[in-house]
Design a protein around this ligand. Structure first.
Ligand SMILES: [Zn+2]
Length: 157
């Protein structure tokens, strides 16, 4: 999960930073991703606003790939029977990709969208396809402390 948290800090998204790491059954790293533009695109050239009242071409939602989709698209090997560590519970679009890849389990930190339809769809997709999921509970103080430590570290790099 620490690797997923580190990956999230690579995101240029000013509001939401999500990281994802897939590991095989021996816990060896397969792939990582964070929410961002398609690889190779100059991310300074896309809008990062989240105002849904403006046309989609001016919203980040038109351009940004979620961390899970990025990790899946960058995986060189199979994700069958892998485990995904993700800092935020997957949306329904990513749940489709995860289930299609035959990932065995999702371990996540935050479930802040738990009451949304997208979240309920994700859980239904996982239940129907046999993808296990569980929340990793870490003390909020520890997460907050780690967050500030990593932000300070990034400023020094
Ligand atoms: Zn998603």
């Amino acid at each position: 999960m620490l690797q997923a948290m580190l990956a999230s800090y690579k995101s240029k998204d000013p509001n939401t930073k999500v990281g994802c790491v897939f590991v095989d059954e021996n816990n060896h790293h397969i792939s990582m991703g964070y929410n961002g533009a398609i690889a190779g695109i100059d991310e300074s050239q896309i809008p990062w606003g989240n105002d849904r009242t403006v046309p989609l071409e001016f919203q980040k939602y038109g351009y940004v790939m979620h961390s899970e989709a990025n990790a899946i698209s960058h995986a060189r090997g199979t994700l069958k029977d892998s485990k995904g560590y993700i800092t935020l519970f997957p949306c329904n679009e990513c749940a489709k990709l995860i289930a299609s890849q035959k990932v065995s389990e999702i371990i996540y930190l935050s479930d802040k969208y738990r009451d949304t339809s997208e979240n309920k769809i994700s859980k239904k997709i996982f239940d129907l396809s046999g993808v296990k999921y569980r929340q990793l509970t870490i003390e909020k103080d520890l997460i907050d402390g780690l967050h500030h430590y990593l932000l300070d570290l990034l400023k020094k790099l």
